[in-house]
Design a protein around this ligand. Structure first.
Ligand SMILES: [Ca+2]
Ligand SMILES: [Ca+2]
Ligand SMILES: [Ca+2]
Ligand SMILES: [Ca+2]
Length: 377
């Protein structure tokens, strides 16, 4: 089923005379004597005083989850607390070590493609026989590695799912998204059916074009779906291991354009966009842009009515902004929170320029688009 090392298989599945007192975490050379394991094939081993350690070789054809299972034979079995199971990489460097105590043993590691060695070593005076089986489940990841820095990031196409894989060797996957205009970027992550990340497995970090972190969320149980309202440009989404949790995941980026036709920058009264009576404008409060200011010129003393509503998609959440009325000098006349539903308020004002300011409150989810209409005689 897979290639094995061509060299020098010893007649016995053992390393004769391997010293038992080498500290287990000292890197060693790649073992030259080992027993190759085929997946899902039961192999019997026997630890004795003369054979305190047996090394197995496993070749992973792709990235995926390697599960090692050990169980006791019916007769002459290893006594309890009988063995250490050490996982070594192609160079013989120990990656982890497990104690095989009572009962059956089944542990997995999520690993990149390549050669690994599994060492079964007796503890103390324990001797006896056991069965060992290697099983493999490929990650089937189609992320493009290496993707471990923003310079190597894998560019996502909107609404196209990619399978990623966080392994013992690979703690981070970085994806690039390019927003063609201002709008809402939604990231969805979910678990694969097999070999999935355990719960609380990763942090999902949002970074700007310079790699500066804008947001970070732990991905807990269930599916992950978060959005950010962003200006046009390049962003990076980083999937980063938490602790030792590894496994595969699905990731999809979706984008909904704000279609805002406000004239930016409109962030102070000098930059304010002038609106005619009856004119509707679609504005957008984003992570980067927390204020939009509009100018209204009343020809005579009259009633100015301000209506704000939510577009069907990508709207501001409720209670996300303040609506401030300012006089011709920018002095605030009034401020209202915009709650749920539509906003409609009026003021009777003298002739001249006035300003309507839509000001975000700074919450990470309190962004989105709105439709503003002003009316006056
Ligand atoms: Ca990966
Ligand atoms: Ca990676
Ligand atoms: Ca804006
Ligand atoms: Ca603005």
């Amino acid at each position: 089923m897979f290639a094995i090392g061509a060299q020098n298989l010893p007649p016995l599945n053992q390393i004769p005379g391997a010293p038992a007192d080498i500290p287990a975490d000292v890197p060693t050379a790649a073992p030259t004597q080992y027993t190759p394991l085929s997946f899902d094939t039961l192999t019997e081993g026997m630890l004795t005083a003369a054979t305190p350690t047996i090394v197995y070789r496993v070749d992973l054809p792709s990235a995926g989850r390697l599960t090692m299972s050990l169980s006791r034979t019916a007769q002459g079995a290893l006594p309890n607390n009988g063995a250490d199971v050490r996982w070594r990489d192609a160079n013989g460097v120990q990656m982890t070590s497990n104690l095989w105590g009572t009962g059956a043993f089944s542990r997995f590691m999520d690993l990149e493609a390549g050669t690994y060695f599994i060492e079964v070593a007796r503890r103390g005076n324990s001797t006896g026989s056991y069965f060992i089986t290697a099983s493999f489940f490929p990650a089937n990841n189609n992320e493009i590695e290496p993707n471990n820095s923003i310079h190597q990031a894998h560019t996502l196409t909107f609404d196209q799912m990619v399978t990623g894989f966080i392994s013992h060797q690979d703690p981070v996957d970085i994806y690039r998204v390019v927003l063609p205009s201002a709008g809402r970027l939604t990231m969805n992550l979910s678990r694969t059916a097999q070999g999935a990340l355990p719960n609380w497995g990763v942090d999902v970090r949002w970074r700007d074009a310079n790699g500066i972190q804008m947001r970070s969320d732990g991905w807990g149980t269930g599916a992950f779906s978060r959005f950010m309202d962003l200006e046009a440009g390049t962003y990076f989404i980083e999937v980063a291991r938490r602790g030792s949790d590894t496994g595969s995941y699905f990731i999809t980026a979706s984008f909904f354009a704000a279609n805002n036709n406000e004239i930016e920058p409109n962030n102070n009264i000098q930059q304010a966009q002038q609106l005619a009576s009856g004119q509707s404008v679609t504005g957008f409060i984003s992570h980067q842009d927390r204020v939009d200011i509009y100018r209204v010129v009343l020809p005579t003393a009259s009633r100015l009515t301000v209506n704000i509503s939510r577009p069907a998609q990508g709207a501001l959440p409720s209670f996300a902004v303040d609506v401030r009325w300012r006089d011709t000098n920018g002095i605030q006349l009034r401020s209202d929170s915009w709650g749920s539903g539509a906003f409609s308020r009026f003021m009777d004002l003298p002739a001249g320029a006035h300003f309507i300011e839509i000001a975000g409150r700074g919450g990470i989810d309190q962004t989105g688009s709105y439709i503003l209409t002003v009316t006056f005689p």
